[in-house]
Design a protein around this ligand. Structure first.
Ligand SMILES: [Ca+2]
Ligand SMILES: [Ca+2]
Ligand SMILES: [Ca+2]
Ligand SMILES: [Ca+2]
Length: 368
Protein backbone atom coordinates (compact mmCIF):
# COMPACT_ATOMS: atom_id res chain seq x y z
CA UNK A 1 0.00 0.00 0.00
CA UNK A 2 2.70 2.46 0.92
CA UNK A 3 4.04 3.75 -2.35
CA UNK A 4 6.13 6.77 -2.94
CA UNK A 5 5.40 8.89 -5.96
CA UNK A 6 9.05 9.13 -6.83
CA UNK A 7 8.73 7.59 -10.27
CA UNK A 8 10.69 9.24 -13.02
CA UNK A 9 9.83 12.69 -14.23
CA UNK A 10 10.11 11.31 -17.73
CA UNK A 11 7.00 9.25 -17.23
CA UNK A 12 5.20 12.25 -15.88
CA UNK A 13 6.20 14.36 -18.85
CA UNK A 14 4.99 11.68 -21.22
CA UNK A 15 1.65 11.77 -19.51
CA UNK A 16 1.21 15.48 -20.12
CA UNK A 17 -0.68 15.10 -23.34
CA UNK A 18 -3.41 13.20 -21.56
CA UNK A 19 -3.72 15.74 -18.80
CA UNK A 20 -7.02 17.13 -17.65
CA UNK A 21 -8.96 14.06 -18.63
CA UNK A 22 -11.46 14.85 -15.91
CA UNK A 23 -12.99 11.73 -14.50
CA UNK A 24 -16.71 12.12 -14.12
CA UNK A 25 -19.56 14.48 -13.86
CA UNK A 26 -20.38 17.05 -16.45
CA UNK A 27 -23.82 17.56 -15.03
CA UNK A 28 -24.43 21.27 -15.02
CA UNK A 29 -23.66 22.36 -18.55
CA UNK A 30 -20.04 23.30 -19.15
CA UNK A 31 -18.84 22.85 -15.61
CA UNK A 32 -16.31 20.10 -15.07
CA UNK A 33 -14.76 18.47 -12.07
CA UNK A 34 -11.07 18.85 -11.48
CA UNK A 35 -9.41 15.60 -10.51
CA UNK A 36 -6.48 14.73 -12.75
CA UNK A 37 -5.86 11.34 -14.23
CA UNK A 38 -2.23 10.35 -14.31
CA UNK A 39 -1.89 7.66 -16.97
CA UNK A 40 1.43 6.26 -15.82
CA UNK A 41 2.76 5.99 -12.30
CA UNK A 42 4.01 9.29 -11.01
CA UNK A 43 2.18 12.21 -9.61
CA UNK A 44 1.02 15.47 -10.74
CA UNK A 45 0.26 18.15 -8.75
CA UNK A 46 -1.41 22.38 -9.00
CA UNK A 47 -3.13 26.14 -9.28
CA UNK A 48 -3.00 28.99 -11.69
CA UNK A 49 -1.24 32.19 -10.66
CA UNK A 50 -0.37 35.71 -11.61
CA UNK A 51 3.35 34.90 -11.71
CA UNK A 52 5.43 31.72 -12.05
CA UNK A 53 4.05 28.89 -9.86
CA UNK A 54 7.44 28.59 -8.17
CA UNK A 55 6.53 31.86 -6.41
CA UNK A 56 3.55 30.12 -4.83
CA UNK A 57 4.97 26.91 -3.42
CA UNK A 58 3.76 25.81 -0.03
CA UNK A 59 7.17 25.15 1.47
CA UNK A 60 8.09 23.21 4.60
CA UNK A 61 7.62 25.31 7.72
CA UNK A 62 5.64 28.00 5.92
CA UNK A 63 2.98 29.61 8.08
CA UNK A 64 0.08 32.00 7.54
CA UNK A 65 -0.82 34.00 10.65
CA UNK A 66 1.46 31.65 12.54
CA UNK A 67 -0.34 28.48 11.40
CA UNK A 68 1.35 25.65 9.49
CA UNK A 69 -0.34 23.69 6.70
CA UNK A 70 1.08 20.18 6.85
CA UNK A 71 -2.58 19.20 7.13
CA UNK A 72 -3.02 19.77 3.39
CA UNK A 73 -3.48 16.35 1.76
CA UNK A 74 -2.51 14.92 -1.63
CA UNK A 75 -4.87 12.08 -2.51
CA UNK A 76 -4.01 9.39 -5.09
CA UNK A 77 -6.77 6.90 -5.85
CA UNK A 78 -8.22 4.55 -8.41
CA UNK A 79 -10.95 1.95 -8.83
CA UNK A 80 -8.77 -0.75 -10.41
CA UNK A 81 -6.98 -1.65 -7.19
CA UNK A 82 -3.63 -0.48 -8.55
CA UNK A 83 -1.78 2.82 -8.21
CA UNK A 84 1.18 1.63 -10.29
CA UNK A 85 -0.64 1.69 -13.62
CA UNK A 86 -2.14 5.16 -13.22
CA UNK A 87 -4.47 6.90 -10.79
CA UNK A 88 -6.50 9.99 -10.12
CA UNK A 89 -5.24 12.90 -8.04
CA UNK A 90 -7.25 15.08 -5.71
CA UNK A 91 -6.52 17.27 -2.72
CA UNK A 92 -8.01 17.47 0.75
CA UNK A 93 -7.52 18.81 4.25
CA UNK A 94 -7.07 17.13 7.63
CA UNK A 95 -9.94 17.77 10.00
CA UNK A 96 -9.32 18.63 13.64
CA UNK A 97 -8.88 15.41 15.58
CA UNK A 98 -6.52 13.92 13.00
CA UNK A 99 -8.74 11.01 11.94
CA UNK A 100 -10.54 12.36 8.86
CA UNK A 101 -9.89 14.27 5.64
CA UNK A 102 -12.41 16.61 4.03
CA UNK A 103 -12.52 16.38 0.23
CA UNK A 104 -14.95 16.48 -2.70
CA UNK A 105 -17.65 13.89 -3.37
CA UNK A 106 -16.23 13.24 -6.83
CA UNK A 107 -12.88 12.35 -5.23
CA UNK A 108 -14.34 9.66 -2.97
CA UNK A 109 -17.29 8.06 -4.78
CA UNK A 110 -15.50 5.40 -6.80
CA UNK A 111 -12.24 3.97 -5.50
CA UNK A 112 -10.85 0.80 -4.00
CA UNK A 113 -7.28 1.96 -3.49
CA UNK A 114 -6.21 5.30 -2.02
CA UNK A 115 -3.04 6.85 -0.65
CA UNK A 116 -3.26 10.09 1.32
CA UNK A 117 -0.05 12.09 1.81
CA UNK A 118 0.17 15.03 4.21
CA UNK A 119 2.72 17.81 4.22
CA UNK A 120 4.25 17.01 0.81
CA UNK A 121 7.33 19.14 0.05
CA UNK A 122 9.50 18.48 -2.98
CA UNK A 123 7.59 15.20 -3.32
CA UNK A 124 8.42 13.94 0.17
CA UNK A 125 5.46 13.39 2.50
CA UNK A 126 5.49 14.23 6.21
CA UNK A 127 2.90 11.48 6.83
CA UNK A 128 1.10 8.89 4.70
CA UNK A 129 -2.19 7.11 5.41
CA UNK A 130 -4.76 4.95 3.67
CA UNK A 131 -8.54 5.22 3.72
CA UNK A 132 -10.59 3.09 6.10
CA UNK A 133 -13.95 4.40 4.92
CA UNK A 134 -15.43 7.06 2.67
CA UNK A 135 -18.52 9.01 3.66
CA UNK A 136 -19.88 10.69 0.54
CA UNK A 137 -22.56 13.30 1.13
CA UNK A 138 -25.99 11.67 0.66
CA UNK A 139 -26.96 14.38 -1.85
CA UNK A 140 -24.06 13.68 -4.22
CA UNK A 141 -25.12 11.91 -7.43
CA UNK A 142 -22.63 13.50 -9.81
CA UNK A 143 -24.57 16.72 -10.28
CA UNK A 144 -22.43 19.82 -9.86
CA UNK A 145 -23.53 23.22 -8.56
CA UNK A 146 -26.19 21.93 -6.19
CA UNK A 147 -23.96 22.00 -3.12
CA UNK A 148 -23.52 18.25 -2.71
CA UNK A 149 -19.94 17.67 -3.89
CA UNK A 150 -18.34 16.92 -0.51
CA UNK A 151 -17.05 13.85 1.32
CA UNK A 152 -15.25 12.84 4.49
CA UNK A 153 -12.59 10.14 4.34
CA UNK A 154 -11.80 8.23 7.50
CA UNK A 155 -8.09 7.48 7.76
CA UNK A 156 -6.79 3.97 8.50
CA UNK A 157 -4.79 5.40 11.40
CA UNK A 158 -4.86 8.78 13.15
CA UNK A 159 -2.37 11.46 12.12
CA UNK A 160 -0.44 12.81 15.09
CA UNK A 161 1.74 15.89 15.25
CA UNK A 162 0.02 17.65 12.35
CA UNK A 163 -2.60 20.30 12.96
CA UNK A 164 -6.06 19.61 11.57
CA UNK A 165 -8.67 22.26 10.88
CA UNK A 166 -12.10 23.13 12.21
CA UNK A 167 -14.94 23.86 9.82
CA UNK A 168 -16.58 27.22 9.29
CA UNK A 169 -20.20 27.35 10.38
CA UNK A 170 -21.03 30.70 8.78
CA UNK A 171 -21.80 31.75 5.22
CA UNK A 172 -18.48 33.17 3.99
CA UNK A 173 -19.65 34.86 0.78
CA UNK A 174 -17.69 38.08 0.47
CA UNK A 175 -14.66 36.77 2.34
CA UNK A 176 -11.15 36.55 0.94
CA UNK A 177 -10.02 32.94 1.02
CA UNK A 178 -6.65 31.23 1.18
CA UNK A 179 -6.84 28.46 -1.41
CA UNK A 180 -4.53 25.44 -1.54
CA UNK A 181 -4.10 22.25 -3.50
CA UNK A 182 -1.89 19.67 -5.17
CA UNK A 183 -3.12 20.25 -8.70
CA UNK A 184 -1.40 21.34 -11.88
CA UNK A 185 0.10 24.79 -12.38
CA UNK A 186 0.11 27.56 -14.91
CA UNK A 187 -0.22 31.34 -15.09
CA UNK A 188 -3.48 33.16 -15.65
CA UNK A 189 -2.33 35.01 -18.74
CA UNK A 190 -2.43 31.77 -20.73
CA UNK A 191 1.10 32.33 -21.97
CA UNK A 192 2.30 29.05 -20.48
CA UNK A 193 -0.46 26.89 -21.91
CA UNK A 194 -2.86 24.65 -19.99
CA UNK A 195 -2.01 23.68 -16.42
CA UNK A 196 0.82 21.14 -16.34
CA UNK A 197 3.24 19.33 -14.07
CA UNK A 198 6.02 21.87 -13.90
CA UNK A 199 5.77 22.03 -10.13
CA UNK A 200 4.64 18.50 -9.52
CA UNK A 201 6.40 17.85 -6.21
CA UNK A 202 4.84 20.81 -4.44
CA UNK A 203 1.52 22.09 -3.22
CA UNK A 204 0.68 25.69 -4.05
CA UNK A 205 -1.39 28.42 -2.52
CA UNK A 206 -3.10 31.60 -3.62
CA UNK A 207 -6.01 33.86 -2.79
CA UNK A 208 -9.42 34.72 -4.17
CA UNK A 209 -12.76 36.02 -2.98
CA UNK A 210 -16.00 34.06 -2.71
CA UNK A 211 -18.32 36.38 -4.61
CA UNK A 212 -21.66 34.61 -4.73
CA UNK A 213 -23.51 31.53 -3.48
CA UNK A 214 -25.02 28.69 -5.46
CA UNK A 215 -28.60 29.89 -5.82
CA UNK A 216 -27.83 33.46 -6.90
CA UNK A 217 -25.13 32.27 -9.31
CA UNK A 218 -27.25 29.58 -10.95
CA UNK A 219 -30.19 31.94 -11.27
CA UNK A 220 -27.92 34.42 -13.07
CA UNK A 221 -26.33 31.96 -15.53
CA UNK A 222 -29.31 29.62 -15.88
CA UNK A 223 -32.53 31.56 -15.30
CA UNK A 224 -35.56 29.43 -14.65
CA UNK A 225 -33.55 26.41 -13.52
CA UNK A 226 -35.24 23.95 -11.20
CA UNK A 227 -32.22 22.65 -9.33
CA UNK A 228 -32.73 20.84 -6.05
CA UNK A 229 -30.08 22.00 -3.59
CA UNK A 230 -28.34 19.85 -1.01
CA UNK A 231 -26.07 22.61 0.26
CA UNK A 232 -24.49 25.87 -0.80
CA UNK A 233 -21.38 26.63 -2.84
CA UNK A 234 -19.05 29.55 -3.48
CA UNK A 235 -18.22 30.81 -6.95
CA UNK A 236 -14.92 32.57 -7.76
CA UNK A 237 -13.57 34.35 -10.83
CA UNK A 238 -9.90 34.69 -11.79
CA UNK A 239 -9.31 38.44 -11.94
CA UNK A 240 -6.41 40.31 -13.51
CA UNK A 241 -7.62 43.76 -12.44
CA UNK A 242 -9.36 44.55 -15.73
CA UNK A 243 -13.06 45.27 -16.16
CA UNK A 244 -13.11 43.02 -19.22
CA UNK A 245 -12.05 39.92 -17.28
CA UNK A 246 -14.11 40.56 -14.13
CA UNK A 247 -16.40 37.73 -15.17
CA UNK A 248 -18.72 37.48 -12.18
CA UNK A 249 -19.43 41.23 -12.25
CA UNK A 250 -20.16 41.01 -15.95
CA UNK A 251 -22.49 38.05 -15.36
CA UNK A 252 -24.24 40.03 -12.62
CA UNK A 253 -24.59 43.07 -14.88
CA UNK A 254 -26.00 41.02 -17.73
CA UNK A 255 -28.45 39.16 -15.50
CA UNK A 256 -29.54 42.12 -13.44
CA UNK A 257 -28.36 40.11 -10.45
CA UNK A 258 -27.75 41.50 -7.01
CA UNK A 259 -24.27 40.16 -6.36
CA UNK A 260 -21.05 41.95 -7.14
CA UNK A 261 -17.44 41.00 -7.79
CA UNK A 262 -14.24 42.98 -7.33
CA UNK A 263 -11.41 43.21 -9.84
CA UNK A 264 -9.39 40.88 -7.65
CA UNK A 265 -6.56 40.79 -5.16
CA UNK A 266 -3.75 41.93 -7.43
CA UNK A 267 -0.72 39.66 -7.52
CA UNK A 268 -2.22 37.40 -4.83
CA UNK A 269 -5.17 36.34 -6.99
CA UNK A 270 -5.25 32.65 -8.00
CA UNK A 271 -7.67 30.06 -9.32
CA UNK A 272 -7.78 26.30 -8.80
CA UNK A 273 -6.71 23.96 -11.60
CA UNK A 274 -6.85 20.22 -12.36
CA UNK A 275 -5.87 18.13 -9.33
CA UNK A 276 -6.96 20.80 -6.85
CA UNK A 277 -10.36 19.08 -6.57
CA UNK A 278 -11.29 18.47 -2.96
CA UNK A 279 -8.70 20.93 -1.69
CA UNK A 280 -9.50 23.59 0.87
CA UNK A 281 -10.50 27.24 0.86
CA UNK A 282 -9.67 28.72 4.27
CA UNK A 283 -11.06 31.80 6.01
CA UNK A 284 -9.34 33.49 8.95
CA UNK A 285 -11.63 33.67 11.97
CA UNK A 286 -9.44 36.07 13.88
CA UNK A 287 -7.81 33.22 15.77
CA UNK A 288 -7.66 30.23 13.40
CA UNK A 289 -7.97 29.17 9.77
CA UNK A 290 -11.35 27.53 9.22
CA UNK A 291 -12.30 25.21 6.37
CA UNK A 292 -14.80 27.24 4.34
CA UNK A 293 -14.82 25.64 0.89
CA UNK A 294 -14.04 22.36 -0.90
CA UNK A 295 -12.88 22.75 -4.51
CA UNK A 296 -15.47 21.28 -6.85
CA UNK A 297 -15.45 22.54 -10.43
CA UNK A 298 -13.93 24.82 -13.07
CA UNK A 299 -15.70 26.52 -15.96
CA UNK A 300 -14.44 28.28 -19.06
CA UNK A 301 -17.64 30.26 -19.08
CA UNK A 302 -16.97 33.31 -21.18
CA UNK A 303 -16.64 32.24 -24.78
CA UNK A 304 -19.93 32.39 -26.65
CA UNK A 305 -21.81 33.72 -23.66
CA UNK A 306 -20.42 37.22 -23.05
CA UNK A 307 -19.18 39.65 -25.73
CA UNK A 308 -16.46 40.72 -25.89
CA UNK A 309 -15.25 37.59 -24.14
CA UNK A 310 -14.25 37.81 -20.50
CA UNK A 311 -11.65 35.01 -20.96
CA UNK A 312 -8.11 36.00 -21.91
CA UNK A 313 -7.59 32.55 -23.44
CA UNK A 314 -10.57 30.36 -24.33
CA UNK A 315 -8.25 27.40 -24.87
CA UNK A 316 -6.63 27.51 -21.45
CA UNK A 317 -8.43 26.27 -18.36
CA UNK A 318 -7.71 28.41 -15.29
CA UNK A 319 -6.83 31.49 -17.32
CA UNK A 320 -7.97 34.99 -16.31
CA UNK A 321 -11.73 35.24 -16.57
CA UNK A 322 -12.40 31.55 -15.84
CA UNK A 323 -14.63 30.51 -12.95
CA UNK A 324 -14.40 27.95 -10.18
CA UNK A 325 -16.84 26.59 -7.63
CA UNK A 326 -16.32 25.22 -4.14
CA UNK A 327 -18.83 23.40 -1.97
CA UNK A 328 -19.65 25.67 0.98
CA UNK A 329 -18.63 23.89 4.17
CA UNK A 330 -21.00 25.78 6.50
CA UNK A 331 -23.96 24.18 4.73
CA UNK A 332 -22.63 20.72 5.68
CA UNK A 333 -21.17 21.46 9.10
CA UNK A 334 -23.77 19.38 10.93
CA UNK A 335 -23.34 16.48 8.53
CA UNK A 336 -19.55 16.60 8.93
CA UNK A 337 -19.94 16.57 12.70
CA UNK A 338 -22.22 13.54 12.51
CA UNK A 339 -19.79 11.62 10.29
CA UNK A 340 -16.73 12.42 12.39
CA UNK A 341 -18.61 11.28 15.49
CA UNK A 342 -19.09 7.74 14.13
CA UNK A 343 -17.08 5.33 16.34
CA UNK A 344 -14.05 3.75 14.73
CA UNK A 345 -14.48 0.11 13.69
CA UNK A 346 -12.78 -2.34 15.98
CA UNK A 347 -10.55 -4.08 13.49
CA UNK A 348 -8.91 -3.61 10.14
CA UNK A 349 -11.17 -6.30 8.68
CA UNK A 350 -14.23 -4.36 9.69
CA UNK A 351 -12.79 -1.19 8.21
CA UNK A 352 -12.19 -2.90 4.88
CA UNK A 353 -15.76 -4.17 4.86
CA UNK A 354 -17.02 -0.68 5.58
CA UNK A 355 -15.12 0.73 2.64
CA UNK A 356 -16.48 -1.89 0.26
CA UNK A 357 -19.98 -1.32 1.51
CA UNK A 358 -19.75 2.41 0.87
CA UNK A 359 -18.32 1.90 -2.61
CA UNK A 360 -21.01 -0.60 -3.48
CA UNK A 361 -23.72 1.71 -2.29
CA UNK A 362 -22.45 4.56 -4.42
CA UNK A 363 -22.28 2.43 -7.54
CA UNK A 364 -25.83 1.23 -7.12
CA UNK A 365 -27.13 4.69 -6.40
CA UNK A 366 -25.48 6.23 -9.43
CA UNK A 367 -27.05 3.70 -11.76
CA UNK A 368 -30.47 4.58 -10.47
CA1 LIG B 1 -4.76 2.30 -11.63
CA1 LIG C 1 -11.79 36.99 -8.13
CA1 LIG D 1 -14.04 39.51 -10.01
CA1 LIG E 1 -9.89 30.14 -20.27
Amino acid sequence: MKRRFSRSLGIVAAALSAALAASASFAAEGRSTLPLYVPGAGITPQTSHTSPPSDWRLTAGMTFNGVGFDGLARIAFDSDGDLDNGFYVCSGALLAGGRHVLTAGHCADNFNVMQIDFGVYDNVATATRGAAAAHVNPGWDGTLSVGADIAVIQLDAPVVGIQGFNVSTSNDVGSPMLIMGHGTTTTGDGQNGPPGWDEWGWAHFGWNEADVGAVDFNNAVDPGNDYTYFGDEYVFDFDNGRWLNNTLQRIANKAGASFSSSRGLGADEALIAGGDSGGPDFVWSGSEWLLAGVHSWGWQYCRGRIFPSCDVNAGVASSYGDLSGSTAVYSHAAWIDSVVAIPEPGSYGMMAMGLLAVAGFVRRRRRA
